[in-house]
Design a protein around this ligand. Structure first.
Ligand code: SF4
Length: 298
């Protein structure tokens, strides 16, 4: 039997998936003791360095490091640097608890990271800071606890709308509470919660994008007319000549974070979305910018 990647574009990949240790600064309720109690100790730097330098594979090598929490190993940044020196890709899974400065230091050696959001410990503002300041391409594993399901979605929405390079993956919790009897059974969700999860999983390839229902929290304005793009250009630095029909972007309009969905180019028609609380300010900005062209509000 030969195992291969489902995605054939990865056929030339060689993945080094490495669990460095079981040391972690968190004690998540759904995580068995054996995965975070530190019983394995940390690896020796000489061993890790020797392995990285001696690994010779005629493929695109990608390291994916996990723990416990790998970033608390004192040689973790050295490891990332060593991997990059060999011309390989470096990625890791973390709970994101290190400071933004730490992530900025490891960023030059990191191709991507996966941050798991554990609600008992994590803070959305900290995640936003880490992602924005490090500028590392990030996937967030949003752990979906049944009792905090709605909150998980609003935290996802907050992080997603405040960052430019983050994707959110909803993660169901599986039972691993007792290490001598790991069932991997999914914990109990309500029918409504299951429907929502199924919808996301069925409809979208998680490698492409994340989906968060934002409709209840956004003010939406539709603009139509020959000068639509001119009006947008007055408050937004994006080059709208590159925005084709049926595409969208996230940017800012006079400092207000907004999404532009180009519905049509003949006539020019866009829908713009901003946080509901900014709706009125955005409306005034758009109508001010439209004054020189003339506009009609419907
Ligand atoms: S952060 Fe990860 S390793 Fe640490 S306790 Fe939570 S689930 Fe376990």
């Amino acid at each position: 039997m030969k195992l291969g990647y489902k995605d054939i574009t990865k056929n030339d990949w060689f993945l080094v998936s490495w669990t460095l240790s079981n040391k972690c600064n968190y004690r998540c309720e759904y995580c068995p003791d054996i995965l975070h109690n530190g019983s394995t100790g940390q690896p020796r730097w000489e061993t890790v360095e020797r392995f990285i330098k001696n690994l010779k594979v005629n493929k695109d090598v990608c390291f994916r490091i996990s723990g416990g929490e790998p970033t608390y190993w004192k040689h973790f940044i050295d490891m990332a640097e060593c991997v990059k020196e060999q011309g390989h890709k470096f990625s890791f899974v973390s709970n994101g608890s290190q400071s933004p400065e730490y992530f900025k230091r490891i960023a030059p050696y990191t191709d991507a990271m996966m941050l798991s959001y554990h609600k008992a410990y994590a803070d959305p503002d900290h995640f936003i800071k880490v992602i924005n300041e490090s500028k590392i391409t990030t996937v967030i594993n949003m752990m979906l606890l049944p009792d905090d399901f709605d909150e998980a979605f609003s935290i996802s929405e907050k992080i997603f709308s405040s960052t430019a390079n983050a994707t959110i993956w909803p993660k169901v919790i599986v039972d691993k509470t007792y290490s001598d009897n790991i069932t991997n059974e999914v914990v109990t969700y309500t029918d409504k919660q299951k429907d929502l999860i199924k919808n996301v999983v069925d409809k979208f390839k998680d490698t492409d994008f994340a989906v968060t229902d934002l409709s209840h929290s956004r003010a939406i304005i539709e603009i139509e007319g020959n000068d639509t793009i001119e009006v947008l250009k007055k408050g937004c630095p994006f080059n709208f000549d590159t925005l084709d029909k049926n595409n969208s972007i996230n940017s800012t309009y006079n400092g207000i974070a907004f999404t532009v969905d180009r519905l049509s180019d003949n006539p020019n028609k866009v829908r713009i979305f901003a946080l509901r609380s900014f709706g009125e300010s955005l409306y005034h900005s758009i109508t001010d910018a439209s004054l020189e062209f003339g506009f009609e509000t419907i």
